[in-house]
Design a protein around this ligand. Structure first.
Ligand SMILES: CC(C)(COP(=O)(O)OP(=O)(O)OC[C@H]1O[C@@H](n2cnc3c(N)ncnc32)[C@H](O)[C@@H]1OP(=O)(O)O)[C@@H](O)C(=O)NCCC(=O)NCCS
Length: 201
């Protein structure tokens, strides 16, 4: 381990670049574009994301979330990121969450703008975040969890060669109130991860 023990002293190399995307920590001012994605994608998000119960909200609500997460990033409490195409269009929100800096475990999360579904973007950004966690942040364990019936997300995770670690029958409510279980996937290294040219810093 070569990174400082104190999380706040860890320099996180940003941005992360992939063949089609640039990922970076969220910054004040991102709220308007994030709100636009939420409005466009709300029907899809409402199926799976618990925070949609708060409603679609306003630009100010989105900017508040962005600024709170900017602060959490500085404190190394969470790493919410925005993913842009190389022509500067925000197409996904993603990040590394629920980290344990001492053990060095991270959870990947993501959602993609509905009009850009099924173009491989989630697979590309999750591949990049996996490489980044192991390569830049010295991860020992990276997980991705999907509601059991979330076939698109599970397909993304399986395309990346994550191992199904547990299948929990019932552990949460979907936004519409129905009971769901979760498929919890893990990687302990990048072995066998599909090739992708990812750089950071
Ligand atoms: C899940 C999500 C992020 C996938 O993003 P994406 O950019 O469309 O993903 P990709 O294009 O990389 O891959 C999607 C894969 O799922 C498949 N897929 C899509 N809908 C599917 C469905 N209903 N059933 C089975 N497979 C499905 C696609 O065919 C594709 O697989 P393929 O490459 O083998 O054809 C996107 O659907 C989304 O934002 N959903 C709402 C939020 C969400 O569920 N977030 C994840 C929470 S764990």
């Amino acid at each position: 381990m070569t990174l400082p023990k104190e999380p706040i002293l860890i320099d996180i190399p940003m941005p992360i670049r992939t063949p089609r995307l640039m990922l970076r920590n969220v910054l004040p001012g991102d709220g308007a574009e994030m709100h636009e994605i939420k409005v466009e994608s709300f029907d899809d998000l409402c199926k799976w994301m618990p925070w949609t119960k708060l409603g679609v909200g306003t630009v100010d609500d989105a900017e508040k979330v962005i600024r709170e997460n900017h602060a959490k990033y500085i404190l190394r409490e969470d790493m919410m990121m925005a993913a842009f195409t190389h022509d500067g269009r925000l197409i996904a929100m993603c990040g590394l969450h629920r980290m344990d800096w001492e053990f060095r475990s991270f959870e990947i999360g993501y959602y993609v703008r509905s009009s850009d579904h099924n173009k491989g973007y989630a697979t590309e950004l999750a591949n990049a975040l996996t490489r980044f966690a192991f390569g830049a942040l010295e991860a020992r364990r990276v997980i991705i969890c999907a509601a059991t019936a979330n076939a698109a997300s599970r397909r993304v995770i399986e395309k990346l060669g994550y191992e199904l670690e547990s299948l929990v029958k019932a552990d949460a409510l979907l936004p519409d109130g129905t009971v769901t279980g979760h498929a919890n996937y893990v990687r302990y290294d990048t072995n066998g991860l599909p090739n992708e040219n990812v750089t950071w810093g």
